[in-house]
Design a protein. Structure first.
Length: 465
């Protein structure tokens, strides 16, 4: 019953049938109001994580190799073919050799990769400047002389003319170390050694023509020029009988043995075991190289491993055994676990995308899972809270009946009839039908109670009359 100050009507307005029906209809949008913020938070988390996702790998890159007739250029072409199969354009840069490759890698931002010879690292270069991807194969130092003057040991070349390789090449770099270690570069008029900076076919031609006394090459055993020189009976290969000492003094020079007949069993080339020293051909990269390219490069090198069998076991290359720089993290992962499942079964670009998106798991784990656990209880609580508000009105009516507020019977019955009519038209999620039918049962209970009291009141009023 309303008081003179109007408080009851104001409360009735808030908890009356019309207001509660409106609130109950809103229960149908509770799902969106509950899950909407949760999905919004997850979306914001994904957006923030997106800024930490590594950029997509470029569609092209450049590798500094060496002369077109050299082994490094041939290896680079193996990489180029494998990259092309995965939709990537690998440009091969022809260079003079390892020293120029280092220079380009450090000073030319367009050059991302280089094949360099072990032991040719510039002194000013620190181990942190570049990253090692893999050692590819061993390439011995070959020193040839004419059979008419068969030198037995490198020190016998004192005072002679020696072709030590092209300028900026790995052959030149390693020969300077060897000649200096054996005292052949001293400024002594009696034993002054003539250094000729030519290499490759030109050096071989000058040796055969007698223009130089010895010619030096750093090439793998399967190189065509090496096989031609080894098969030439007018030339002799100089043996490095102290190859163990070289390795002790210069760890990047492996002590290897070219076993008898390994190059040609029919002609027995070589005719005896020849001890040699051999640096490794290493694949190095600038820090900017995208991680996704590393497995492709190692995979291509692994396909070309047959060239290593003459001097090393088949499983020794590619590897990080002869690395002179900090190993690339992706290389360590590859040699430890192999190619990831993504790259084994998916095209490169799709696998790269999924691999880069791994960081997106962070918001998925830290936001999505807790929100999924929290949202259903919140959703249930909001639905039930709206249903239970009806009980505020039912309880108020029930109390008024107990207090014999006869003047409200007709209004209460009318309100309950309206509530019944409206409830029949409202859709409720199936998971909350129990609460819905309980509400209807309790509404019917209060309605009957009011009808009984109203009936008694009418009967009692008639008897009094």
């Amino acid at each position: 019953m309303a008081t003179s100050n109007g408080e009851k009507p104001k409360r009735a307005e808030k908890t009356g049938p019309a207001a509660l029906l409106g609130e109950f209809r809103e229960a149908q949008s509770v799902f969106y109001k509950t899950w909407g913020p949760a999905l919004g938070i997850m979306f914001i988390g994904f957006v923030i994580a997106w800024f930490f996702v590594e950029p997509a790998p470029p569609s092209h890159l450049t590798i500094a190799a060496g002369p077109k007739t050299g082994a490094y250029y041939a290896q680079a072409e193996v990489f180029k073919k494998h990259f092309a199969e995965n939709g990537i354009d690998l440009k091969i840069l022809e260079t003079a050799g390892s020293l120029e490759n280092y220079h380009l890698l450090l000073n030319d931002k367009s050059v991302h990769l280089a094949i360099v010879q072990g032991g040719t690292k510039p002194e000013s270069l620190t181990e942190q400047s570049l990253e090692s991807l893999a050692s590819l194969y061993l390439e011995p130092l070959w020193v040839f002389s004419r059979e008419t003057e068969p030198y037995q040991e490198i020190r016998e070349l004192a005072g002679k003319s020696i072709a030590i390789g092209n300028p900026s090449s790995g052959t030149e770099a390693i020969m300077k170390v060897v000649l200096d270690a054996n005292g052949l570069t001293k400024k002594d008029s009696e034993h002054s050694t003539q250094i000729v900076t030519v290499g490759g076919k030109q050096a071989a031609s000058m040796l055969k023509q007698g223009k130089v006394d010895a010619a030096c090459f750093v090439l793998p055993p399967d190189n065509r020029l090496i096989r031609q020189l080894m098969g030439d009976s007018s030339l002799k290969l100089l043996a490095f009988k102290r190859h163990h000492a070289y390795h002790q003094l210069y760890p990047y020079l492996s002590d290897v043995t070219l076993v008898q007949g390994v190059l040609d069993l029919e002609r027995d080339i070589p005719a005896e075991d020849v001890p040699l020293i051999a640096p490794a051909a290493n694949l190095v990269a600038a820090a900017e190289l995208h991680d996704a390219f590393v497995p492709l490069l190692i995979e291509a090198a692994d396909r070309n491993r047959e060239r290593n069998n003459l001097l090393a076991s088949a499983d020794e290359f590619p590897s990080l055994k002869f690395s002179e720089f900090r190993p690339h993290a992706a290389s360590i992962d590859y040699f430890k676990s192999g190619h990831s499942l993504l790259y084994r079964y998916l095209p490169f670009w799709i696998a790269s995308l999924f691999d880069r998106m791994k960081i997106m798991l962070l918001p998925l784990l830290t936001l999505t899972i807790p929100l999924i656990k929290i949202a259903p209880p919140v959703y249930r609580w909001r639905i039930r809270s709206r249903i239970y508000r009806w009980y505020v009105l039912l309880r108020q009516m029930d109390q008024q009946v107990e207090e014999n507020h006869e003047e409200l019977f007709s209004k209460q019955l009318k309100a309950l009839q309206t509530m019944e009519s409206e409830l029949e038209s409202i859709k409720v999620p199936l998971s909350y039908m129990e609460e819905f039918y309980n509400l209807r049962l309790h509404l019917e209970l209060v309605k009957r109670k009011i009808e009984q009291r109203a009936s008694r009141h009418e009967n009692g009023g008639s008897q009094d009359g």
